[in-house]
Design a protein around this ligand. Structure first.
Ligand code: ZN
Length: 262
């Protein structure tokens, strides 16, 4: 008898946006410097047995300080999907950049899944250097250190099945311990690439994003994302406004707010 398999529904919630130009989004330079806005998302994976949230976004105060357009609290977007952030038991943090790990206090019941290398980096000797320091909110890192002492971090070193049907894989590249998430759905294996591919253009054209800790690992991340996704259409980039066009609204009334990926 085959063991029971659970399948997940996957959602992307758009919580912020900003105007930008393509020259900002590619390592090296972009010969066609044209408008290329950037969206900010959190994601959710829901099955009969499990509800997981992937990343936590940033709050309105951080958005104002950094010149981002905050559309809604990510937890309100999750609430629109029927997910109460106060009760979510597992939150996977793809990496510790400010736009992925604010709002942790809004998940009081959660264990946070982090790559060991990622927390090590942001508490280590290079975190405060100019290229890196602007990418995190120190308070977010401090909170994670405190959560560790409270027993609320689950460390992964490499790859692991977090719950049956949801796997994380460390890629590095964009940040030292960046991890991607593969989710089993009824339409196949979906990969939430997070910042392993900010835009479809990064991975489809093999052009790394501008923010890099290790360029070779970034190419390796493209390879890993491709190998884990059932088809290229199963790759979900971390910041591309096209996600809102390529997938249907999660339900009526959520146009522009949340899409159902699978
Ligand atoms: Zn990032």
């Amino acid at each position: 008898m085959t063991p029971e398999r659970s399948y997940f529904e996957v959602y992307a919630v758009r919580y912020a946006t900003r105007e930008a130009r393509s020259g900002e989004h590619f390592y090296g330079h972009d010969p066609h410097d044209v408008p290329m806005p950037m969206d900010y998302f959190v994601w959710a994976a829901v099955s009969e047995d499990h509800t997981l949230v992937i990343d936590a976004g940033f709050n309105a105060e951080v958005a104002a300080r950094r010149g981002r357009v905050h559309l809604r609290c990510p937890t309100d977007g999750l609430g629109d999907l029927g997910i109460d952030s106060g009760e979510v038991p597992l939150v996977i943090l793809t990496h510790l950049h400010y736009d992925h790990v604010g709002n942790l206090e809004k998940f009081p019941a959660a264990t946070f899944v982090v790559q060991e290398e990622e927390l090590k980096f942001w508490t280590g000797r290079y975190a405060g250097r100019p290229h890196f320091r602007s990418m995190v909110e120190p308070e977010d890192v401090l909170r994670l250190v405190r959560e560790n002492f409270a027993g609320r971090l689950r460390f992964v070193a490499g790859s692991e099945e977090v719950v049956p049907g949801v796997e994380v894989y460390r890629t590095g590249g964009h940040s030292r311990g960046l991890q991607i998430v593969r989710i089993r759905t009824l339409r196949g294996g979906v990969v939430l690439a997070s910042d392993a591919a900010h835009f479809y253009a990064n991975i489809e054209q093999d052009r790394p994003f501008s923010i890099v800790t290790d360029l070779a690992q970034m190419y390796g991340a493209f390879d890993l994302v491709r190998s884990l996704a059932d088809t290229p259409a199963h790759v979900v980039p971390g910041h591309d406004p096209l996600v809102m066009e390529r997938f249907p609204p999660a339900k009526e009334g959520l146009e522009g707010i949340a899409v159902r990926i699978a």
